[in-house]
Design a protein around this ligand. Structure first.
Ligand code: NAP
Length: 402
C-alpha cells in the first residue's frame, strides 16, 4: 500500500435488500513496534513492521485529521524501545508493542472539527506524540499546551512537501530550542573562549556551534567522519573540526584546544567526553545535553551525568578547577522558548543561522532512525513522507544570505 485511502464499507441489509453505504472508513499505514531490542543491542529493522490500520470513521468534535508530511527521528527515542531501558527517565514512557512508534511530526489538515484549524493548514507536534502513520487523528485540546510542546499551527510560508515545513522539527523546534538555551543559558560562551561541541554535525550540534560563533568564541566540533568535519568548517564556520574515529583524535583535540576548554556542550559522553574533560580550564561550563554513546548500556542516565559517570581522576580534576558539569534538559528552560523561537526565526530569515537536514525519502522512519543512530545524518534527521515514495536521501541546507 503506497498511501492513505478512503473507502466505503458496504453492507447488505438482513432482508436481502439493496446494498447501502453505512460508513466512511480510512485505511492508512503505520510503522508499529513488533519487538523490543535488548538494551545492549542496536535497534534494527526486525523490530518493526509496516501495517495497515483503519482510522475511526468519524472525526470527533475538536479533532484534526492530518496527512503526514514530515517525521522527526531523535536519539532520545532509543530509550523508549523497551520498558526496562535504564535511561527512560522521569518524563518518557516506553513504546507499546504492536502500536505505532511516535515522535515529532508535521502534517497537513485534511479534515477538521476544531475552530482553530482549517483544511489546508499545516500543523506540528514537535516532540513525542505524532505517530508513525501516514494519516492521524489528533485531539487538538489534548495537545494544546503552554510549554512549547503542544500542537502548533505552522505560520511561516511554505507549501506541502517543502522541506522548510520541517524546520518546525529542527531549527524552529526541539533541536533549535535545545541548542539556543543550551548554549546561551547554560554554557554561556564569551568572546575569545574555546567552546567544544561533541555530536557537532548533528541536529543540535550544527546549531549550537553556529550560535557559539555568534558570541565570537572559538568553536571546535567533534564528529564521526572527515566529510562531516569538512562540512562544519566550510559550510558552518566552525574554527576546527575533529573526527573522533581517526587514530589522531587525541593529538588533533590537544592541538585544537591548545588554550584549554572553557565550555563543553556534551552530546555524546564516552571516551570522547573523557578526552575533552581532561582539557577543561578553571570555571569551565559543561552542560551535559546527551550521552548517545551510552544509550545501549545498562546504566542510568542520572549516573552518567553525575560524577560517578566519569573516571574518578577526571571528577577530582573538575572539582579542583571549579568546573561546572551539570545535566542540561531543554524542558527546564520553557520560560525562554518564546524569546528563543523569535531569535531563531530572525537568524534563519537573515541567513545568520543555517539549517541543515538529512532527508530520508518515503515512509521509512525506522530506516531513518537506525541510520541517524549510527551517524548517517548531517544536521537534522527528517523523514519526508510526502512526495514520491522512493528510497534514498538528500542533504538540505537553507539558502545562504542574499
Ligand atoms: P544528532 O546529533 O542529529 O544524531 C545523533 C548523532 O550522534 C549521530 O549522527 C552520530 O554522529 C552521533 N553518534 C552516534 N553514536 C555515537 C557514539 N557512540 N559516539 C559519538 N557520537 C555518536 O542528534 P540530536 O537530536 O542533535 O541529539 C544530540 C544529543 O543531544 C543526543 O544525545 C540527544 O539525546 C541529546 N538531546 C538532549 C536534549 C536535552 O534536552 N538534553 C534535547 C535534544 C537532544 P557521528 O557521525 O558524529 O558519530
Amino acid at each position: 500500500m503506497r498511501s492513505s485511502s478512503t473507502f466505503f464499507h458496504i453492507t447488505r441489509s438482513r432482508r436481502g435488500g439493496a446494498s447501502r453505504i453505512v460508513r466512511r472508513l480510512i485505511r492508512t499505514e503505520a510503522v508499529v513496534l513488533t519487538s523490543y531490542p535488548r538494551v545492549s543491542d542496536d535497534v534494527d529493522l526486525t523490530n518493526f513492521e509496516r501495517r495497515e490500520i483503519i482510522l475511526p470513521d468519524t472525526l470527533p468534535h475538536g479533532h484534526v485529521e492530518l496527512e503526514t508530511l514530515y517525521l522527526s527521528v531523535d536519539p532520545y527515542m532509543r530509550c523508549r524501545f523497551g520498558p526496562e531501558h535504564p535511561q527512560l527517565g522521569e518524563y518518557l514512557d516506553p513504546f507499546q508493542l504492536l502500536s505505532p512508534v511516535a515522535g515529532g511530526g508535521v502534517g497537513r489538515v485534511v479534515r477538521s472539527t476544531h475552530s482553530n484549524f482549517r483544511v489546508g493548514d499545516f500543523a506540528c507536534l514537535p516532540f513525542d506524540d505524532y505517530p508513525w502513520q501516514r494519516r492521524v487523528h489528533i485531539d487538538v485540546d489534548k495537545y494544546t499546551r503552554s510549554d512549547g510542546w503542544g500542537l502548533a499551527k505552522i505560520d511561516w510560508h511554505a507549501s506541502a512537501c517543502q522541506v522548510e515545513l520541517a524546520l518546525a522539527l529542527g531549527t524552529l523546534g526541539m533541536p533549535g530550542l535545545t541548542s539556543y538555551c543550551g548554549m546561551l543559558e547554560a554554557a554561556k560562551p564569551c568572546e575569545g573562549e574555546t567552546v567544544v561541541i561533541s555530536g557537532a554535525a548533528g541536529a543540535c550540534g550544527t546549531l549550537a556551534g553556529q550560535i557559539a560563533r555568534m558570541s565570537n568564541a572559538r568553536v571546535v566540533g567533534i564528529c564521526g567522519s572527515d566529510e562531516k568535519c569538512d562540512f562544519l568548517k566550510r559550510k558552518l564556520g566552525f574554527d576546527s573540526a575533529i573526527n573522533y574515529k581517526s587514530p589522531s583524535f587525541l593529538r588533533s583535540l590537544n592541538e585544537a584546544c591548545a588554550d584549554g576548554v572553557d565550555c563543553y556542550f556534551d552530546n555524546v559522553g564516552g571516551f570522547v567526553s573523557e578526552a575533552v574533560l581532561r582539557l577543561v580550564n578553571t570555571n569551565a561550563r559543561i552542560p551535559v545535553c546527551g550521552q548517545i554513546a551510552s544509550y545501549s548500556e545498562e546504566v542510568a542516565y542520572t549516573t552518567l551525568v553525575s560524577a560517578e559517570g566519569i573516571p574518578p581522576d577526571v571528577a577530582s580534576e573538575l572539582e579542583a578547577k571549579r568546573a561546572n558539569r551539570f545535566r542540561y534538559l531543554v524542558l527546564d528552560h520553557s520560560a525562554r522558548f518564546p524569546t528563543a523561537l523569535k531569535k531563531l526565526r530572525d537568524w534563519t530569515a537573515s541567513g545568520a543561522l543555517r539549517s541543515v537536514a538529512t532527508v530520508t525519502r518515503g515512509f521509512r522512519p525506522a530506516e531513518a532512525f537506525i541510520s541517524m543512530m549510527s551517524g548517517g545524518n548531517i544536521g537534522k534527521a527528517i523523514v519526508e513522507v510526502c512526495g514520491r515514495d522512493e528510497e534514498g536521501e538528500y542533504l538540505w541546507i537553507s539558502a545562504p544570505p542574499p
